[in-house]
Design a protein around this ligand. Structure first.
Ligand SMILES: [Zn+2]
Length: 75
C-alpha cells in the first residue's frame, strides 16, 4: 500500500511514515520508518478565524510525556 503525504517526521523530517491508527480522540498516530519513533498528528479547523476552512495541523511529540498540545507547530 502506498500513499503520498506532505507530513514529515517531527524527529528526522523524513516522509517515510506509517499510519499506526487513531487515538481515542481521533488523533492520527504515525510511526516514522526512518527513525522508528512515534508521533501524533491532530487536524483542526479554524474556519471561525479567517472565514475559510483553513486546515491547521498540530503535531505533538510522543516522547515528551505530555498529553496536551503544548508543543505545537503553527503553519
Ligand atoms: Zn523520523
Amino acid at each position: 500500500m502506498q500513499h503520498t503525504t506532505e507530513i514529515h517526521c517531527l524527529h528526522c523530517q523524513s516522509n517515510n511514515l506509517v499510519k499506526q491508527g487513531y487515538m481515542g480522540n481521533g488523533t492520527q498516530k504515525w510511526q516514522c520508518n526512518s527513525c522508528k519513533k512515534y508521533f501524533h498528528l491532530e487536524y483542526r479547523y479554524k474556519a471561525w478565524e479567517s472565514g475559510t476552512k483553513e486546515k491547521i495541523i498540530e503535531m505533538t511529540l510522543n516522547n515528551s510525556g505530555v498529553r496536551d498540545t503544548g508543543r505545537v507547530l503553527h503553519k
